[in-house]
Structures are given as C-alpha cells and as structure tokens.
Write a protein that binds this ligand. Sequence first.
Ligand SMILES: [Cu+2]
Length: 187
Amino acid sequence: MLIRSILAFALIALAPAAMAQTPDATSGDAAATVRVPIGGHNGEALSGLAVFTEGPQGVLIRLRVNDLPVQARGQWHAIHLHETADCSGRGFTASGGHINPDSVAHGLLNPMGPAPADLPNIWADAAGNIHAELYTTGITVTNAPGRVSLLDGDGSAIVIHAGPDDHHSQPIGGAGTRIACGAITVD
Ligand SMILES: [Cu+2]
C-alpha cells in the first residue's frame, strides 16, 4: 500500500512537468497544420490526403492521392484552391470558383497573375497515384497577415481537375472538369 502511495505521488509529481513540456514541444504546431481528406465522385475508390503546414512565408502542401480513375492516370492534372469547403454537388460545383479576392488573372505564368488559388500541376502515375509537395506564398492556414486565409467563414477546398493547367488562359487554364475534392475546414 505504501509503495502504491509512493508511486501515485511520483506520478502526480511528474505530471506537471510533462504537461509543462507539451506546449513548448508542440508550440503552434496544432494550429499550423491542417489535414484535409480528399475524395472522388460517388462510387469511386479515389482517396487522398492533403496536409497544409504553415511556414514563415507561405504554406507547404503535402499531397497523396490513390486510386484515380483509369482515364486520369499517366497524365498531369491541375490542382487549385477553391472558394468554399463544400465537396457536394455534381462535379464538385459547390466548392465554388478559385480563391481570388483581388480578381487578378489566373495562371502561374500569366503576367497579370497568379491568383492565390493557383498551384503547379501534379502528375498521376500509371497506377493512379499522386505524391507531391506544393508550396505557395499566397495563402495561410493561421491568418498570417498579407495572405488569403483558407479558413475563412466558409472554409475553402482543394480541387483536382481532369486535365493540366496551361498556367495562362482564363479562367482556369483549360483544366477541365473537377475529379477530386477536399474540404478545408477546422471542423
Ligand atoms: Cu480549379
């Protein structure tokens, strides 16, 4: 009994030290990383995950997508940030248009762009898998000043298109229909 009491006391004594370390060890990390599941249309096996990590000057996006439909394999795809955290609706139309509050031109290679929505293309391999890291300075997941917040009132969405982005033409670089979507929200 005495041993148990001593052990309990020791555990209690250790607890504050462990708790005190936690905020330092994870300082800012919880709020600075947002994990976003990605899905395809109803009945498709497509699944994926985008992890948004806030950096000092921009956001790093680590992306994995598996089981893209056969017609989407072995080719480049556009990927953009859309206005609303809603992946419902035929063709993911509920995700809205591209994030572009200042109405600049679309396209990473457009002299009048790019918009905060714009990202480099991603490659889907012959088995229907995508692994990529993307980086953009136009957005934030922590309300960093001077960048567009992905976590505004209605959130936002990460959307993969059927074709590649030509990075120049309006309004979406000729990227075609939407084939995958992930709702970006804190909930
Ligand atoms: Cu788009």
